[in-house]
Write a protein that binds this ligand. Structure first.
Ligand code: COI
Length: 355
């Protein structure tokens, strides 16, 4: 692959104060961009000042949503080095989403080196305090100008960066989750396992209803019977039942194969927990609560990290989990995974990529 052209900004922005960071509303000075057409493949790789571009209103992505994205994080470790958490896994998942959305794949090694070059240029934007990170958002949009429903011939790939704090307004306090039986996120054979904007657009209405009822996010059940637990708005979900961790299986093809989900499974096993990836019904969750066996519930995601669930509401019931406090296991997993990210513990899994 060709070299990456770099054009630096003439107007660097002021960096935000770390203690004021929320999620995803501040962007760094530069972004990575490259284009695709059938003749040249992916080409014209460049790092340029972050900013707006003009697009024709007929751009295909605006009409039919042929697009994919990823979420990763870079950290400043205790030695002051810039590191990225599991970028290869992120780009491999981007390529799986690309296949589902008929988007040409990217070269993973090239994408990692482009990302490292971008993060290197922006290393002063990586916040240092615990709970903060530089969020990395790679994404691809379809760029043909056409209203026909078909795959686009041309695409643009971007990587933008955003210094972030906690994803939820609650910070790392337990969130309140509403189980919806009225709406569905993804059906079997659909795009549930791909990271594509349509899944998130389709989730907004149920999320709005949940917010109006006083909850932070929705817990989705399977689209067919509304019986089995799938995932929460922007996170995968784990239950600690009678000492064991249980999380919905990826085999249905309807839930996002989360990289933090995978990190939690691997870390939990290393810490000696039994982990089951299987179908888990919402009845089983509430029954285990009634039997005093539901010890913890937490969500996992790149943006959300590990977020304890304090309240779960389903039909006419609302249960308070672990007295609405973060549980021991959630805390242990959070501490162990973030210790690898911030470099206070060694990384036995090969998850950290130095910039
Ligand atoms: C992430 O956790 O990185 C996500 O993509 C979730 C959300 C912010 C869309």
């Amino acid at each position: 692959m060709e070299e990456i052209k770099v054009i630096k900004t003439q107007n660097p922005k002021e960096k935000p104060r770390e203690e004021e960071l929320a999620f995803g509303n501040i962007f760094t000075d530069h972004m990575f961009v490259m284009d695709y057409n059938p003749e040249k493949g992916w080409h014209d790789a460049r790092i340029i000042p972050y900013g707006s571009s003009e697009y024709e209103p007929s751009l295909m992505v605006f009409h039919y949503g042929q697009a994919i994205f990823e979420g990763m994080k870079a950290y400043k470790n205790t030695k002051g080095e810039a590191v990225i958490f599991r970028p290869r896994d992120g780009f491999l998942r981007l390529n799986r989403s690309a296949e589902r959305l008929c988007i040409p794949k990217i070269d993973v090694d090239f994408a990692i080196s482009a990302l490292k070059e971008l993060v290197d240029i922006e290393r002063d934007w990586i916040p240092k305090s615990k709970g903060t990170a530089l969020y990395i958002r790679p994404f691809v949009i379809s760029t043909d100008s056409s209203l026909g429903v078909r795959e686009s011939n041309t695409y643009r790939f971007f990587i933008i960066l955003s210094p972030v704090g906690a994803y939820y307004a609650e910070g790392f306090k337990p969130v309140k989750i509403y189980v919806t039986e009225k709406h569905s996120r993804a059906a079997k054979g659909g795009t549930g396992a791909a990271k594509t904007p349509g899944n998130y657009a389709a989730s907004l209405y149920a999320g709005k209803v949940a917010k109006e009822k006083g909850y932070t996010q929705v817990l989705w059940l399977d689209a067919c019977k509304h019986k089995y637990v799938e995932e929460v708005g922007t996170m995968n979900i784990f239950f600690k039942i009678d000492g064991k961790l249980v999380t919905p299986t990826l085999e249905t093809g309807t839930i996002l194969p989360g990289i933090t989900r995978d990190s939690v499974i691997k870390m939990a096993k290393r810490l000696g927990y039994e982990v089951e990836e299987r179908l888990i019904s919402i009845d089983e969750v509430f029954k285990s609560y009634d039997e005093g066996k539901l010890e913890e519930v937490f969500g996992t995601g790149t943006a959300a990290v590990i977020s304890p669930v304090g309240t779960l509401a389903w039909r006419d019931r609302e249960i308070l989990i672990n007295d609405g406090k973060m549980g021991e296991t959630s805390k242990e997993l959070y501490e162990n995974i973030t210790a690898i990210q911030y470099g206070t513990k060694e990384d036995p899994f090969g998850w950290i990529e130095k910039v």
